[in-house]
Design a protein around this ligand. Sequence first.
Ligand code: GSH
Length: 265
Amino acid sequence: MSANTKSPYQFTVYNHESGVNVFKILIILNELGLTYKEYLLDFGKQEQKGESYVSFMPNGRIPALVDHWNNDKVVWESNAMLKYIARYDTEGKFTVTDPDEQTDMDTWLFFQSSHQGPYFGQLQWFSFYHEEPVPSAVTRYLGETRRILGVLDKVLKDKEWLVGGKCTLADISFIKCNEYAVRYLLGSEFDFAKEFPHAARWHNALMTRPAVAWVFKYKAEQDCGRERQHVTGETHSSFEARAKGLQKNAILAQAASVPQMVEVA
Ligand SMILES: N[C@@H](CCC(=O)N[C@@H](CS)C(=O)NCC(=O)O)C(=O)O
């Protein structure tokens, strides 16, 4: 990659229609009004494992970020990306200055990437995608998912946000996996507000932020229902055929308006 200081947008965000960890990246970029363009990798062609992508993203996964206004600096691991992007949060809207609070923010970012992300992800895998049923794995990860929501609920009992009395990178890092767990992983009987009232109040406050609402709406259009395939039972080929046109429209709409955030009604 070569430096491209002339790029009209600052970042390229490597993404996939179904990407989960990319939500937080799009959210912070929109919250801060930073300019970006997405590059959608084709997982069907295993582009994420291809030589050209892996040459700068050794883990062969999404998301990844290239900062064209900083010598095409590459950043990956979504929470490292959040912290990198926060360099451009000149007003410190989503960061904290007190060193102890900075450590607390890092603690939550590490907890998210070492606990919430992997455990919720394994619950998704064993609930919907693993070839043969493994009930003990589902039980294990269901227990962990509830336990993690319990940890959040407990700390949020006495405070509105995780760190520093305001919404920070730490809060943003949890949004998408919690939303997915509440909507799909924990089943239709699950009552978030009843079981984890403090975590539910915090999550709902995050979801109503305009940038968050915009990213969820935008990603729903981009994803075109892929996330719901396991619920609707739609076959892969029928999905691909239906999604092609819709995705094209969503991407064209986005290309026409990058890098702004549109108002969500
Ligand atoms: N810890 C990583 C997780 C990255 C990750 O698991 N990405 C998934 C999609 S959300 C992926 O690229 N899967 C495709 C693959 O494994 O080939 C992060 O937070 O960025």
